[in-house]
Design a protein around this ligand. Structure first.
Ligand code: GDP
Length: 430
């Protein structure tokens, strides 16, 4: 038995959805531990595409238990929509297949309103938030005025908390942002109805996980976004509002660190980034546009085009350190097919210094120039390859270069979006 955390090593969108879906075959429990419905996982199963923002993609596997941990911020309207969509596709979501922590914080309409009002006021210094209220919900959690799932099941207490919160939020909306205030009565009706619908799914996730671990079951922790979007360790302030690093799998679900056995980092074979923020390996040329087109690099949640660039091992190696990665998964390798020469950034040159890890200050990172190693590309279609040895020599050379630069073993290589389009070198559950 093993408990495995899967996280993104770059700025998100590494293809974690497919990797988690694949590893779910061996897991009994799949747990989300941070983020909200700003994450978007796209999966292709039997040629059918599914996009999830909240429910762990493990829901597509019968007999698995999916969990939304306390570290997630939950928009109940969005969750219920996902549940209904799955029901309509004959994939029923029941309390046996989905559990939500009592402690999960709830995204309220005032969180969304504040998120939007704040972002539009920022003009050119926009962080690139998706406007879904995730940041303001985390603020309230830390400010100790947040509303949690269990509050939705206690109408009197919920109305009191809501009214107290709205007094302050409406003041901000009206007098600071010049936006419309919100009405407590209609919010209460809407959210208490959500509470009734979700009550059967609310559970003490920490206790359930302890029981599962003691019974020798496999638990998979599914990270959202990527390491360099971590609120502490990422390229602040161009980050998300939660800790995306593997350590948060423990805090965000209520399992102790000694119960985690492996941490797997998903590395896209090149680098992408959505929204603002420094990106040393960005390609603003034809090659960048080619990768964007072939890789379909447009956000699953927002449709925004992603900025594309060469693989940055400075970014990946910082992730190896921050997450204690035990293995790597390389995704979207097929997207690089046909490019005559490939580049991998091995370090940064920053003035007279050379750096092997991402510097903490934005200004320093903006001043960094990547130092590249060049490798020959390959022309052959690799989508149907299932064994490492059957890959073209130059593809193997590219993968070996990554493994050597990372000093961390490759576990899986993904050569297409489908579940079977994967080369398995070492299953982390073995
Ligand atoms: P996530 O949030 O990290 O899961 O990333 P996305 O949802 O943005 O997933 C990336 C996209 O790439 C999805 O459309 C996947 O179907 C697709 N994808 C995943 N792995 C591969 C791969 O190896 N090759 C190709 N061509 N597409 C992939």
């Amino acid at each position: 038995m093993a408990n495995v955390v899967v996280i993104g090593t770059q700025w998100g969108d590494e293809g974690k959805g497919k990797v988690v879906d694949l590893l779910t075959e061996r897991a009994n429990y799949v747990v989300r531990f941070q983020g909200g419905n700003n994450a978007g996982h796209t999966l292709v199963v039997d040629g059918k595409q599914f996009i999830f923002h909240l429910i762990p993609s493990g829901i597509l596997h019968p007999g698995k238990v999916c969990m939304i941990g306390n570290g997630v911020v939950l928009d109940p309207g969005v969750l219920i929509q996902e549940m209904d969509k799955l029901d309509a596709a004959n994939i029923p979501v029941t309390p046996a297949s989905l559990a939500i922590s009592h402690y999960t914080h709830v995204i309220m309409p005032y969180h969304r309103a504040l998120d939007e009002a704040r972002e539009s006021r920022k003009g050119s210094t926009k962080i690139g938030t998706t406007g879904r209220g995730i940041g303001p919900c985390y603020e309230d959690k830390v400010c100790r005025c947040g509303i949690r799932i269990h509050d939705l099941m206690d109408p009197g207490h919920f109305r009191e908390k809501l009214e107290a919160n709205l007094e302050e939020k409406n003041f901000m909306l009206k007098h600071f942002f010049g936006a419309a205030p919100l009405d407590a009565g209609s919010i209460a009706d809407e959210y208490l109805a959500y509470g009734e619908r979700l009550a059967p799914y609310a559970a003490n996730i920490s206790e359930v996980l302890q029981g599962a671990d003691r019974d020798g079951r496999n638990i998979l922790f599914e990270g959202a976004q990527g390491t360099h979007l971590d609120v502490d360790h990422g390229t602040y302030p161009f980050v998300t509002s939660s800790n995306t690093v593997a350590g948060n799998a423990c805090c965000g679900s209520g399992i102790g660190p000694t119960r985690i056995h492996k941490v797997i980092g998903v590395v896209k074979a090149y680098t992408t980034r959505v929204g603002g923020g420094p990106f040393p390996c960005e390609l603003l040329d034809e090659t960048g546009r080619h990768i964007q087109k072939v890789g379909g690099e447009f956000g699953a949640t927002t449709g925004r085009p992603r900025r594309c660039g060469w693989l940055d091992m400075v970014v990946v190696n910082s992730s190896i350190r921050l997450n204690g990665l035990s293995g790597l998964v390389i995704t979207k390798l097929d997207v690089l097919t046909g490019l005559p020469t490939l580049k991998i950034a091995t370090k940064y040159r920053c003035g007279s210094h050379e750096l092997g890890s991402v510097p903490p200050e934005l200004k320093a990172l903006e001043a960094c120039e990547p130092v590249y190693e060049e490798l020959p590309g390959w022309e052959e279609d690799i989508g149907s390859v299932r064994r490492f040895g059957n890959l073209p020599a130059n593809t193997r050379r590219y993968l070996k270069a990554i493994e050597d630069l990372a000093s961390t073993p490759l576990n899986l290589v993904s050569v297409g979006p489908g579940r079977d389009e994967t080369i398995i070198l070492q299953n982390p559950f073995d």
